[in-house]
Ligand binder design. Sequence first.
Ligand code: NAD
Length: 270
Amino acid sequence: MSDLMVVVIAGAAGRMGQANLRAVLATEGLRIGGALERSGSNAIGKDVGALVGGEPLGVTVTDDVAKALKGADAVLDFTSPAASVALAEETARRGLVHVIGTTGCSVEDEKALEAAAAAGGRIVKAGNFSLGVNLLVELVRKAASALGPDWDAEIVEMHHNRKVDAPSGTALMLGKAVADGRRTSFDDKAVFAREGHTGPRRMGTIGFAALRGGNVIGEHSVYLVGPNERIELTHKAQDRALFADGAVRAALWARGKPAGYYSMADVLGL
Ligand code: NAD
């Protein structure tokens, strides 16, 4: 294994794709080996350097997966659930590191990704690649386990107006941390919407609210509301580079690891 790590960016023309391109270019020991976009994207045929406003790098954006993955060690993939699932079969077959930031995956999608990891993939998937959010998840788990059942848990998230899934993958991670801390089933306790005559709040439920607007990168607050006091735990992302740096860190960590399905908590040793 040479020291150089050859990385392919999937969804290269997207918001996160561009951030990932910049992060790889700024990291010593990493090289861009390919760039994937969906068929029909305007970016197909462009040099990746042009996507980030830089000099040509001699790597052309393509929708040909086999061509893009040739000679690659790792893929950074922030695309769509269908794209990530399809790509996971290809990366597993080749034993590549596959870092997946895509959110909005269904239970079936998750199962397909787990199957790809079982078939030889080295997948690191996270709803959020930031150190701060992964630490927040641990704090929330701890707080929820320490507080009694009369403390209501509500999760509020805000993102830019182009986001297509709700609640965010990070909000789901935080909700699952509350359920874990309380040793209850997330699926039984999550309340994703309230409208009309809802009746009083049911004790032990975990409520979600999703706000969308402007170019907000990602903000999450967990409210733990007791009878006479309230705890608010908040994280605000200030630049997408945060997620891209985490994705690069995950790719470097997964190099040399056995096939498996890993999380950012594994990468950070939390
Ligand atoms: P975006 O729409 O700007 O970019 C997605 C890109 O993927 C687009 O350019 C699209 O053309 C491309 N794409 C779609 N299908 C493809 C295919 N089959 N092959 C190759 N490329 C394909 O969206 P974004 O804001 O960059 O977010 C992308 C995903 O990453 C979303 O699911 C988002 O929620 C998630 N996200 C995760 C984190 C995290 O830390 N885990 C952080 C930010 C965003």
